[in-house]
Write a protein of this length. Structure first.
Length: 216
């Protein structure tokens, strides 16, 4: 657990075993993840359960960056790919909630505690970094932390900070990823000659598409 100043974890999550390189990488990620929560979760605390991705998505984004510093764990791209694949697998379920959604009753909080906050949240932040560059992303995060430290935050606070460093509409860009479920499937059809028609629908796994009586 990421208690402020006293990070605790189970022994098997941190003890070294030189015969288990994959588990050792996971231990490094686990330690980095919990320490990331000192900033994203403790120094900045979400205003509501429906902003939970601000804790776990940011910690997932940072744990991969931290482990990337150490060359012996030269599998960061593989880890990011696995994180993205996990996010896509969860996000193509018709019943999955978006990262930010309206909670109507206290029991809705249980529906938030799933990997979508970790893996999709971290992948969205990586997308932002790839779009604006590593140096700009670092400045965004530093500004975000300084501006809102010791306060409760929501997604719009991060969006507003990002807007200070980009020349596109950050709200429109991020809302498409955090306030709606799923991800798009782009279908291309040739009309006449060199003209094509683009059609965007939500992607669903084939088993879900058939079950719901429609094709993805």
């Amino acid at each position: 657990m990421e208690n402020w100043g006293a990070v605790t974890t189970r022994e098997e999550s941190v003890f070294y075993n030189n015969h288990m390189s994959l588990l050792e990488k996971r231990r490094a990620l686990n330690i980095a993840h919990e320490f990331a929560h000192i900033w994203f979760g403790n120094l900045l605390t979400t205003s509501s359960w429906n902003q939970f991705w601000l804790n776990e998505g940011f910690a997932r984004f940072m744990d991969l960056k931290a482990v990337d510093i150490y060359s012996e764990y030269d599998q960061t791209e593989e880890s990011r790919f696995s994180t993205l694949q996990s996010a896509l697998w969860i996000d193509d379920e018709p019943s999955i909630n978006p990262l930010v959604w309206e909670m109507r009753k206290p029991s809705d909080a249980y529906d938030i505690l799933n990997n979508i906050n970790y893996d999709k949240g971290g992948s969205v932040l990586k997308l932002v970094e790839d779009l604006i560059g590593n140096d700009n992303m670092q400045m965004v995060l530093q500004t975000y932390i300084r501006k809102y430290q010791y306060r409760n935050v929501d997604s719009q606070d991060f969006v507003n900070t990002l807007q200070e460093f980009v020349n596109f509409n950050a709200t429109d860009f991020l809302n498409g990823f955090i306030k709606q479920s799923g991800y798009p499937l782009i279908s291309v059809s040739q009309i006449h000659g060199r003209k094509v028609s683009l059609h965007k629908t939500r992607f669903l796994r084939m088993d879900q598409a058939y079950r719901d009586g429609r094709f993805a």
